[in-house]
Design a protein around this ligand. Structure first.
Ligand SMILES: *Cc1c(COP(=O)(O)O)cnc(C)c1O
Length: 452
């Protein structure tokens, strides 16, 4: 039984893949590259806003910038008037430099550097305070206008999280803000949960609405909450995913590598993206009383979101050229012109599972000496480095034909965290450039530009 995990059908990328453009780019750029589809980012953003409107909830979307380094997505945020969630001075500068207004930035991350806090406060960004000593540093910045802060709450449902203020610290932080005599604008509370549990998010959001009401008694502004990111992305269909989880075993991978099913990213999610937000807003915190949307409206609390991965769903892919193929006992090893550093999941004891798509350089031409018998050719995908562990895919992918040098291999849907979070110029290999394709479906021949 050959297990496949094809990405959901995508007519726009199908057309791009048969346009000939990718082979030209591989030739012209001389190595692997990523392509980006910013239109998809726009529509994902619009979908989140529609859900907020449908629920009658005042909200703001802040794109979590760490999910991709490309500039084009920041440009899109600036154009659409969306915010950006940044966690370093570099990210903050990028966002400001591309036209996102300071007041539309949320600054998250632990123990933020003084330099980051200072610029953030000067630009009127909302600082998510993660610890008491950090709050002290914010309170002593001594700037003419009071910094805007949000207090990040440690989630009781995820006790091992290293982020956020525990109950006692939270009390103390609220008191400090109240006593700061106008030196700080305490605008509310926030959290970011790992995983994709909708009810867990609604439960904690409900608690944060209550906290806002308590903080207002102390004279604090407390009129917004942030529920962070963590809106799932649905990469592959349900049946393929269930079959895969049930049946995958070490024999499916190069070197008999063992993966624990529970360590895989959930590549199928029945409810994903903006629909997950719809679920959170319709859920009843603590499973009783009014919905979260109703509570937000009643308490006049604004909802801030920080989606990363979900805004990048289907907004990019990674393209490699096959450099060589060798046959092993029962399968092959395809070596491409890049490394697994361009697929970050490979570095978390896990695997990026959506099947890469083979685009033959000469479709229809059988491999010399290997009559095509219709059986799939199974192969793992290795990187062009000298590391034995550098595999883009340990799994033996079932290809319709034996790949050949010069063929392209396209990893689908890699914009969210996969393509560039781990990239380095290892082996003096250049970083794969990012190619922006603006309206891939609009013209017979798609046009491209580099992401600058
Ligand atoms: C990473 C992160 C996000 C984005 O998470 P996604 O799962 O990509 O939506 C949002 N907020 C904070 C604080 C984060 O650290």
């Amino acid at each position: 039984m050959v297990l496949t995990l094809p990405a959901h059908p995508d007519h726009v990328t199908d057309r791009l893949h048969t346009s000939g453009l990718l082979a030209e780019l591989a030739h012209g750029l001389g190595g692997p590259f990523h392509y980006l589809l910013p239109d998809r980012f726009d529509s994902n953003l619009a979908a989140f806003r529609t859900v907020l409107d449908d629920a009658g909830v005042e909200g703001r979307v802040h794109y979590a910038k760490k999910a991709n380094k490309a500039r084009v997505f920041i440009d899109r945020c600036a154009t659409a008037g969306a915010g950006v969630d940044v966690a370093s001075l570099g990210e903050l500068r990028e966002a400001l430099g591309h036209g996102v207004r300071g007041e539309d930035l949320v600054v998250t991350g632990p123990a933020k550097a003084e330099s980051l806090l200072r610029v953030a406060a000067q630009q009127g960004a909302l600082i998510a305070v993660d610890a008491l000593d950090e709050l002290d540093r914010v309170l002593t910045l001594g700037l003419p206008r009071p910094p805007r802060v949000l207090l990040r709450v440690h989630p009781a449902a995820q006790p091992n999280s290293r982020f956020g203020l525990g109950e006692e610290d939270l009390d103390e932080a609220m008191r400090s803000c109240a006593e700061a005599d106008g030196q700080v604008r305490m605008e509310g509370f926030g959290f970011h949960l790992s995983g994709y549990d909708v009810q867990q998010r609604a439960d904690l959001a409900g608690e944060l609405v209550e906290l806002c009401l308590e903080a207002r008694v102390l004279g604090l502004q407390a009129d917004r909450i942030s529920i962070g990111g963590g809106f799932a992305v649905d990469y592959v269909p349900a049946d393929a995913w269930t079959r895969f989880l049930d049946r995958q075993h070490p024999g499916d991978y190069h070197a008999g590598k063992e993966f624990t099913a529970g360590d895989f990213y959930p590549y199928h999610s029945p409810v994903a993206g903006a629909e997950a937000l719809r679920g959170v807003l319709a859920a009843r915190p603590a499973r009783s009383g009014p919905t979260l949307a109703e509570r937000l409206r009643e308490a006049a609390v604004m909802l801030l979101l920080e989606p990363g991965r979900a805004l990048l769903d289907r907004a990019g892919a990674s393209v490699f050229t096959v450099q060589g193929v060798k046959d092993r006992e029962g399968y092959g090893i395809v070596t491409v012109d890049g490394t697994s550093l361009s697929l970050s999941e490979q570095w978390f004891n896990s695997e990026y599972l959506p099947d890469p798509r083979l685009l033959p350089a000469h479709p229809g031409r059988p491999h010399p000496g290997r009559p095509h018998d219709g059986a799939p050719y199974r192969a793992s995908i290795a990187g062009a480095s000298c590391l034995d562990s550098d595999l883009l895919t340990w799994r033996k992918i079932a290809f319709p034909s034996r790949p050949q040098a010069g063929d392209l291999l396209v990893y689908p849907n890699t914009a969210g965290y996969q393509m560039d979070s781990n990239e380095s110029p290892f082996h003096e290999l250049p970083l794969p450039p990012k190619v922006v394709i603006d309206h891939p479906g609009a013209a017979a021949r798609p046009r491209w530009r580099l992401d600058h």
